[in-house]
Design a protein around this ligand. Structure first.
Ligand code: 13P
Ligand code: SF4
Length: 304
């Protein structure tokens, strides 16, 4: 297999020829984050995808993220280097099941986590990410019921912060939901001075222990600005690469060694290179679905 340096050089060269931009989520492999033009959380990545003037977007992340890019920038070629990189949580709600739930609750506002398919977004009023969820739900009319899909843990967190009761779905992230309170307590006892940063996809009893609850970018900002020098990190381990880069001299401990999302790790430099060579696998969204899903994403992006 070609070395990292060789692959990186080829990718950079081809990226220029194709007028491509490479976007990477912070859960990606370190070498993939390193070749990206921009590394960020779900919200920042969708803002970048909406604003870029590149012809090609190579999305190093999972399917719903590339799909959001295709919804926001339909004239661009959106590539997902590993076509099977999905999000198991996004698959826990289908458009059909959501339509049935909506029919049971007439007049409800439907909010979806951005971790959903385009078809599901097309059924929703507004999307949110973990970075803006509290603001998005806070912006909704007070007199209507709210249905929130699919992440039950995030929904629970939003309700606890906004005081707003919501009708929740039975979805969860396999990677974050697996983390138990006991595991976290054990790491805390090993590092008593460390602050605990928790992603809201974790169980409520883990979120309860946190010194700070945030999206991945929110965690990075908190650690950069904090006076503290040690942190326990309750989210996918790929983020440790950014902590090391952005906070040299500070110490970061994963809350568990099991915090790995296999789908996020499926993208390799080889696959990024191949996608730039072949302009495949491409992610597209049928126009009727895209238009409705776009409304849902644009309402989210308009919330400041
Ligand atoms: P954020 O980077 O938006 O916090 O997303 C977390 C996540 O699980 C994405 O799949
Ligand atoms: Fe989906 Fe969880 Fe993986 Fe994010 S970390 S892509 S929410 S399974």
């Amino acid at each position: 297999a070609a070395g990292i340096k060789q692959l990186t050089d080829k990718i950079i060269q081809l990226k220029q020829q194709r007028n491509a931009i490479i976007l990477s989520h912070v859960y990606q492999r370190p070498e993939v984050q390193e070749i990206a033009d921009f590394v960020g959380d779900s919200l920042e990545l969708s803002r970048k995808a909406a604003g870029t003037d590149a012809d090609v977007i190579v999305f190093c992340g999972v399917h719903f993220m590339a799909e959001s890019a295709a919804i926001l920038s339909p004239e661009k070629t959106v590539l997902l280097p590993e076509e099977d990189a999905g999000c198991p949580m996004a698959d826990m709600v289908t458009a059909q099941d959501l339509r049935a739930r909506k029919a049971e609750t007439p007049g409800a506002v439907v909010v979806c986590y951005v971790n959903t398919s385009a078809e599901v977004k097309a059924e929703c009023d507004i999307a949110c990410t973990s970075a803006n969820a509290v603001k998005v739900v806070g912006s909704l009319p007070a007199d209507r019921p709210v249905i929130f899909v699919p992440d039950r843990n995030l929904g629970h967190y939003i309700s606890s912060r906004t005081g707003r009761e919501m009708i929740l779905w039975e979805g969860y992230c396999n990677t974050h939901h697996r983390l138990t309170r006991d595991e976290v307590r054990k790491v805390q006892s090993e590092h008593p001075d460390a602050l605990l940063l928790v992603h809201p996809e974790c169980r409520p009893e883990v979120v309860e222990l946190a010194d700070h609850v945030a999206s991945t970018t929110g965690m990075l900002r908190f650690a950069r600005e904090s006076e503290a020098g040690e942190f326990i990190i309750a989210t996918e381990k790929g983020i440790l690469h950014q902590f090391a880069k952005q906070c040299p001299g500070k110490k970061f401990y994963p809350a568990s060694n099991k915090l790995i999302c296999p789908n996020m790790k499926a993208t390799t430099l080889e696959k990024v290179l191949r996608s730039l060579e072949t302009l495949e696998p491409r992610v597209t969204v049928p126009e009727d679905i895209r238009e409705r899903a776009l409304n849902c994403l644009e309402r989210m992006l308009a919330v400041q």
